[in-house]
Design a protein. Structure first.
Length: 277
């Protein structure tokens, strides 16, 4: 349950932050919040004691540096919630009403997840008129950051009806799209896999030892950093699917992979990497 006094303190701080100088006083703030003057005056005194407001000039209180930092942090959370709710189809009136409440008790971890989701919504909205586009165009629109996306590897040829590639077992899911200064890299974290040998039925352990990606002309060797395989995002071709809230972007690129089992190298296989945003 949100404390009403804490909510009012934030509303007063917000008023000090947003109001014009002529309206940065007890009576104007009380009127805008539909509260009594004495109640706002009491809140301002509390804020002064907490080092968030300065009442040196009695008729024109202002935010301290600490108060400014606090309200900017709160406003940042409110804006994230508002944008997220608007993207989900909530009316602006209700989005704003709910956002100011939710932002009070939401962890930084949750805010980070919501902010990343909002970034996906924003990009999807900006590219909604594009039927097809490259990963290069996508990354130029994105803010710097590391984004998690689910993916699937599909077999290029399937005679038994199983369209899923064994490569799905060779990497952790989701993958990471790292964007820096308009350029992106898909990071696939390799892991050890086990499977029964088709020759003797024994359990065998292995890992992906080599990956190549198709750059539109030829297959290129993927860079390996530790246990991560790096694929340039500009090699991925995207298409838009669906409309409105149900719209998503699907990107694909052909890859060649080889696994090592002990000292043996398994035959090279080709799979279609498909990532959804």
């Amino acid at each position: 349950m949100i404390d009403e006094n804490e909510m009012l303190k934030l509303q007063v701080l917000m008023a000090l932050y947003e109001n014009e100088d002529s309206e940065r006083n007890v009576s104007s703030i009380a009127k805008s919040l539909n509260e009594k003057n004495y109640k706002i005056s009491r809140i301002l005194s509390t804020l002064e004691q907490e080092g968030l407001a300065d009442k040196t000039v009695e008729r024109h209180p202002r935010l301290t540096e600490g108060g400014m930092e606090m309200i900017k942090c709160y406003k940042y959370k409110v804006d994230i919630f508002i944008n997220h709710l608007l993207y989900e189809g909530i009316s602006e009136k209700n989005a704003r009403k709910d956002a100011v409440m939710w932002a009070l008790n939401t962890s930084d971890e949750t805010m980070k997840v919501l902010d990343e989701a909002n970034e996906r919504y924003r990009i999807t909205n900006e590219l909604r008129g594009e039927c097809a586009f490259s990963g290069n165009i996508l990354c130029k629109l994105m803010r710097d950051g590391d984004y998690k996306f689910s993916y699937v590897f599909y077999r290029m040829c399937s005679e038994d009806g199983n369209v899923l590639s064994m490569a799905n077992n060779g990497f952790e899911n989701p993958c990471t799209l790292s964007v820096r200064k308009g350029k992106g890299t898909i990071r696939l974290k390799a892991k050890r896999v086990s499977a029964n040998s088709a020759v003797n039925g024994h359990m065998m352990m292995g890992e992906v030892s080599r990956v190549m990606y198709f750059d539109g002309i030829d297959y290129k060797e993927a860079v390996k950093e530790g246990d991560e395989i790096l694929i340039p995002a500009n090699t991925i071709q995207f298409v838009n699917t669906g409309t409105g809230i149900g719209q998503f972007m699907n990107g694909t690129v052909n890859m060649k992979m080889q696994c090592s089992v002990g000292n043996m190298h398994m035959p090279e296989s080709v799979a279609l990497f498909s990532v959804t945003i």
